[in-house]
Design a protein around this ligand. Structure first.
Ligand SMILES: NC(=O)c1ccc[n+]([C@@H]2O[C@H](COP(=O)([O-])OP(=O)(O)OC[C@H]3O[C@@H](n4cnc5c(N)ncnc54)[C@H](OP(=O)(O)O)[C@@H]3O)[C@@H](O)[C@H]2O)c1
Length: 314
């Protein structure tokens, strides 16, 4: 039952990155309420379409890196763009994350007379780290993810994506919001779940030498609930807004909590070769009226109960 919070109803919506962590549960949550929900990815594993189709999401094949947009539906109201390439070379990262975002905006808007808004999922990875000082949307950008193994292009290509999306918003007159997401997690996914698996295997969990390694995790329920609020910020020129949960915690603290829930112990490994703390200032998000409702302790318990009930202490 709806508690009076705003909802998306009666829209044709394309959600990209739908085989990924964040967009899959989000797309599924939009099904119903008169919405027609399309989910885009490359679907190189065809079996990944089935759970989405069963949940009412119509899957369409799109390849942002190779200009394959034939299946982008016409007459869309909204695009919620979450697809991302976490690539080890800049050519591919720029092609998918930057050029692909710009192409998608242009094609979706050109195929619809009723196009209302483009939602671009960015990341607080675009900020230059500054300890635990909350970062506002106008703070300096930087390459926070370069030290993280496997993420050498991430921050810079997400910045490049923002630049092209902003440019397209202006050029095409498409109302756009760019939301810089902090640490997403849900009952079935997320960085903290990854940490739990490391704890299970006695693999040391990297934390930054400048401890605590603080973030503002946001649960999938709140990710879904915040979208209608965030869409109120869609504008031309584009609006940029930080996106996270209300509570600040840290990798150190959440591994301790995961230990309390399971009896496992995390070995913390302070290093420069990981992502430093990034705490977003959420004033602008809260100005939309949105406040997160799932506290991280409850959310992490739900995550363990759903994904690894076998590890819970009785
Ligand atoms: N995960 C985090 O902790 C985090 C934190 C902050 C912000 N974000 C942002 O949140 C969004 C979702 O991240 P995520 O971690 O959920 O992503 P993910 O799990 O890595 O999934 C990436 C998605 O993008 C699709 N994709 C990759 N290359 C593509 C291409 N060339 N053409 C079309 N689709 C392509 C993938 O599908 P196929 O491989 O099937 O094509 C997949 O559905 C991203 O914008 C990310 O930057 C994530």
């Amino acid at each position: 039952m709806n508690d009076g919070s705003p909802m998306i109803t009666g829209k044709r919506i394309l959600v990209t990155g739908v085989t990924g962590w964040v967009a899959g549960p989000l797309a599924t949550s939009l099904v119903g309420n008169g919405n027609e929900v399309f989910g885009a990815a490359r679907f190189r594993d065809p079996s990944s379409r089935q759970p989405l189709e069963s949940a009412g999401v119509q899957t369409v094949s799109v390849d942002l890196g190779h200009g394959h947009y034939d299946e982008v539906p016409s007459d869309l109201d909204l695009v919620l763009h979450f697809a991302v390439a976490k690539a080890d070379n800049f050519d591919h990262a720029f092609a998918v994350n930057a050029d692909g975002s710009a192409d998608l905006m242009e094609i979706a808007a050109a195929r619809s007379d009723r196009f209302q808004a483009f939602f671009h999922c960015s990341s607080t990875a675009v900020y230059a780290p500054q300890g635990r000082e909350p970062r506002t949307e106008t703070d300096l950008l930087g390459d926070s993810h370069r030290p993280m193994p496997g993420m050498p292009t991430y921050s810079i290509s997400k910045i490049a994506a923002e630049v092209l999306v902003r440019y397209q918003a202006k050029r095409l007159g498409v109302p756009t919001v760019i939301a810089r997401l902090n640490v997403p997690y849900g009952d079935t996914y997320g960085w903290p779940l990854f940490h739990l698996m490391m704890m299970e295997r006695d693999i040391p969990v990297p934390v930054h030498v400048d401890q605590p390694t603080s973030y503002t995790p946001i649960h999938a329920d709140d990710i879904a609930a915040s979208i209608p609020y965030l869409l109120t910020l869609a504008s031309t020129p584009a609006t940029i807004v930080n996106w996270g949960g209300d509570e600040i915690t840290s990798v150190e603290e959440w591994c301790g909590h995961l230990g309390d829930l399971t009896g496992l112990t995390a070995t913390l490994a302070p290093t420069e070769a990981t992502i430093p703390a990034i705490v977003p200032d959420l004033t602008k998000l809260h100005g939309t009226g949105f406040r997160s409702s799932v506290g991280w302790r409850d959310g992490f318990r739900r995550m363990v109960e759903t994904s690894r009930p076998d590890l819970l202490k009785s």
